[in-house]
Design a protein around this ligand. Sequence first.
Ligand SMILES: *[C@@H]1O[C@H](CO)[C@@H](O)[C@H](O)[C@H]1NC(C)=O
Ligand SMILES: *[C@@H]1O[C@H](CO)[C@@H](O)[C@H](O)[C@H]1NC(C)=O
Ligand SMILES: *[C@@H]1O[C@H](CO)[C@@H](O)[C@H](O)[C@H]1NC(C)=O
Length: 409
Amino acid sequence: MHLPSSSTLIFLSTLPLLTAALPASNGIHGRNPAHNGKAIYLITNGVENSVAALPISADGTLGDAKLTPTGGKGGATVNAMGQPAAPDSLVSQSALTIAGKHIFAVNAGSNTISMFAIDSKDPTWLKMVGEPAALPGTFPNTVAASAKNSLVCVGTTGSKAGISCANFDAKHGIGAMDALRPFPLGQSDPPSGPVNTVSHTFFSADQLTLFTTVKGNPMVNNTGFLSAFSVDRGETADCAVTLSTKETRSKPNGTAVLFGSQPIPDTNPPQIFSTDASFGAAILSVSPSSTATTLALGPIADQMATCWVAISPVTKTAYVTDVAINRIVEMSLKDASITGEIDLRMQTKSPGFIDLRAAGGYLYALAPGNATVKAAVSVVDLASKALVQQKELAPFGIAATAMGMAVLM
Ligand SMILES: *[C@@H]1O[C@H](CO)[C@@H](O)[C@H](O)[C@H]1NC(C)=O
Ligand SMILES: *[C@@H]1O[C@H](CO)[C@@H](O)[C@H](O)[C@H]1NC(C)=O
Ligand SMILES: *[C@@H]1O[C@H](CO)[C@@H](O)[C@H](O)[C@H]1NC(C)=O
């Protein structure tokens, strides 16, 4: 029997037990895209930084957070008023990331990253592997990891801004970080944001290129860029995989403050869906030499700062968030046009959303709040576009400094 996709979604989301029993097939990465995630993760980014893990139930909703200390300190950029920024303390997407069965998290206040193993039976149970690794840069705010290459790369955006990587293994944790590949930002410690900072570091779909978005500052005609470094496989004496030191920088036409981004699945030549805090979002095309050009610009007329994106393999659209508007905008992967809006302004009190992930039929978006509105994660059903849960984080000691989101599928 053929069902139109929206009916399929409603069917699947109302029959979670049946959904779980469906064979894993026809999805990207060999998984049924309708399968729900197992848990989401974020960092508290407090003075004593912790990873918070929240289990995902069969109906897509979140259970209680379990906190595991990272052994490092959180941090905050300084805003235009000279105050520690919150929400969006780290001005980044991907303050933590998952590769295989491991999680990597940044400690912006201690210039380290921490690695954890995820328990195979209980995804909220995390065990630190090795010691937090010291970085050559300052103020780490974004991290990418490749399971295929056992390589973790960190973006730093303080006085020593740039990219540094290390190999990792399940037994010893993170090896020595390599030398900083610098970005010329002229920043301080802590950095002043949100403009003129590193935004998001992430691997290409084939894990052979590391991309990093860097915000410009339109007020001083500094346009920001997309950085690309290729992965060198087995060129060192011990055949370890490393990141090249040769960089390609692109300033795609029409972009200025590139922020959270995600490779668009199944595109060749590869395409990237990138938010731009100055107007909305763009679709970029990447050439074989890693140069990015603009394919489409998607302005959001009433936006304040569109900075984070998650692509859903179920709806095959992008969802973007704005730190200053309590709403999620859905956009086309073909031309970045607006295809829908999940407006929560009448339903919750949050000032806006930051990092988010799509998993199965649901979207998980972090609303860190501010000094008066408490932190929460909004869970949205992608079939009905309805808010199905507002999971409060304050009972677990999580405040407006919270950053990042990763999901275990
Ligand atoms: C930015 O560039 C535009 C166009 O070249 C120019 O008109 C403007 O004066 C520049 N602004 C600053 C602050 O340099
Ligand atoms: C970028 O825009 C400029 C001015 O509109 C145009 O001259 C140039 O050809 C464009 N470059 C690309 C790569 O599209
Ligand atoms: C927090 O956000 C709410 C909703 O936007 C707003 O009404 C309130 O003034 C904000 N509080 C602070 C301290 O900025």
